[in-house]
Design a protein around this ligand. Structure first.
Ligand SMILES: Nc1ccn([C@@H]2O[C@H](COP(=O)(O)OP(=O)(O)OP(=O)(O)O)[C@@H](O)[C@H]2O)c(=O)n1
Ligand SMILES: O=C(CO)[C@H](O)[C@H](O)COP(=O)(O)O
Length: 453
């Protein structure tokens, strides 16, 4: 089944996203992408996501990939992480027949792109095999193409970053197979039949195998075609299939701690905490941009990027462009700076607040909005501007009931706009960690009674 734009469609975002990559990774990524833009044949890459499990170990009726984390299904975070990577052309998700409609609903609601759904198998290996078959075969009505490299990633590992995806994809191109690993947390022991210790493994010379893994498509497809029913029924390691059936020794790539697999109920709480941590580092700058004024936002973006750690800035979206805003809200941005340059009042902020209220984004977590206003003392009398701004106070009281925390910031410029702007932006970013700001404002959270009101 095909959903969203055809498999061969271009990237979800216009340019390569190399943010978060460092040194060699950035260079490798740039080389990879420049091959593509120079018209040379960069390896085509697709991803297969097994999502057909029942999550027995989680002990809840809903399969864990569909469990809500901050109101959004876990799998949607994983899809978002993959679709952000513009060089992954197709994402094939294996889902059980009974959850097919649920999955289609998620793809539609969160506007996931480049997704194709296939029927899952009764084991993880069988689900992956079904995903590979969909990529290998020229099925009627399918827009999927056989890729050169395929990434396999569990639907329940939502925090996969582009750098590790790139590392395994590049290593797979060179070695035929590659997978992420982590140091062991506990020592692995082997018990004997009578329940006593037979022997223990030396912890430092073993590693935990995680996901993502990547393969030359022909290698892993061949391995799956050759492997036994026993492998398909009881196997847990794709890298082992490549070794056993294609004599391909996988390159092992160090992964980050966030790559762990959501397995038990407590993992959902951990996932929620990580998502909140990320949310606090994500800011969206909205403005009523018109050429020159757009620089205000760009300047703020640059300053924020320089002065705050791990800030992800999505800027340049216009409040008028409802669709952009809807997408930003869907991506769960909780911190907004709304720059009102053109308008004398807080029209843009008002539009943003309306959209936020409609979205119910703030039900579980407070949304912070800083409404920034410029005042050229030569053009607008101070009193008049203040009058407009006083309305913000009233508005702030109103939206606080919905867990939206609104602050107004008036930038008064008796000198050249840019000098004032730079000084003010320094003050603004000098508030320290945005996260700190979010936590600070969180202290003002309305009581449940206020919220009901
Ligand atoms: N028949 C199956 C079994 C598992 N998976 C997927 O494989 C990934 C990793 O497997 P695991 O963590 O074992 O998931 P479950 O099988 O759902 O969990 P449990 O073993 O606790 O039942 C998950 O994304 C899961 O949905 C799959 O696609 N098809
Ligand atoms: O980490 C992995 C290495 O391939 C797999 O996700 C893991 O082995 C899956 O196994 P299971 O479905 O039994 O949890």
């Amino acid at each position: 089944m095909e959903l969203g734009p055809p498999g061969g469609a271009g990237p979800a975002e216009p340019g390569p996203r190399l943010r978060g990559l460092r040194g060699d990774d950035r260079a490798a990524s740039a080389a990879w992408l420049s091959e593509a833009s120079a018209g040379r044949r960069a390896p085509s890459v697709a991803a297969v996501l097994p999502a057909g499990g029942s999550g027995e170990r989680m002990g809840v009726p809903t399969p864990k990939q569909f469990c809500p984390v901050l109101e959004r299904p876990l799998i949607s975070y994983t899809l978002q992480a993959l679709e952000r990577v513009c060089w992954i052309k197709d994402i094939v998700v294996a889902v059980t027949g009974e959850n097919m409609e649920v999955m289609k609903g998620i793809v539609q609601r969160y506007q996931h792109k480049r997704i194709s759904l296939v029927e899952a198998g009764v084991t993880r290996h069988r689900s992956i095999f079904n995903g590979l078959k969909a990529l290998a075969e020229d099925q009627p009505n399918s827009k999927l193409c056989r890729p050169e490299v395929v990434i396999i990633h569990d639907a329940v590992r939502p925090f996969v970053e582009e750098d590790v995806l790139l590392k395994v994809a590049i290593a797979a191109k060179e070695h035929g197979a590659a997978g992420a690993i982590r140091p062991l947390v506990s020592t692995v022991i082997s018990p004997s039949a009578d329940g006593c210790l037979d022997h223990s493994l030396e912890r430092t010379s073993h590693r935990a195998s995680e996901m993502p893994q990547a393969f030359l498509f022909d290698v892993i497809y061949e391995a799956y075609q050759q492997c036994s029913d026993y492998d398909l029924e009881f196997g847990t390691e794709c890298l082992q299939l490549a070794l056993k059936y294609c004599h391909t020794k996988a390159k092992l790539v160090e992964g980050s701690p966030d790559l762990w697999k959501v397995t038990y109920k407590r993992d959902l709480y951990a996932a929620e905490s990580i998502i909140k941590e990320r949310i606090s580092q994500q800011i969206c700058i909205l403005m009523d941009a018109k050429e020159d004024e757009e620089h205000v936002g760009r300047c703020l973006e640059e300053m924020l990027k320089k002065e705050l750690n791990h800030v992800k800035v999505t800027s340049g979206a216009l409040c008028h462009a409802g669709r952009d805003l809807q997408q930003i809200i869907l991506e769960q941005c909780y911190n907004f700076v709304c720059v009102n340059v053109m308008t004398s009042d807080f029209e843009e902020t008002r539009k943003l607040l309306n959209a936020l209220e409609e979205s119910n984004l703030s039900i579980l977590y407070p949304v912070v909005v800083i409404s920034v206003h410029f005042l050229d003392y030569k053009l607008v009398p101070f009193g008049q501007k203040m009058e407009h701004l006083m309305q913000i106070k009233e508005f702030a009281k109103e939206v606080k009931k919905r867990n939206i925390l609104l602050c107004g910031l008036l930038i008064y410029y008796p000198q050249k706009l840019w000098e004032t702007l730079l000084t003010n932006i320094r003050i603004f970013t000098g508030w320290g960690h945005w996260k700190g700001l979010h936590q600070l404002v969180e202290l003002q959270k309305p009581s449940p009674g206020e919220l009901r009101g």
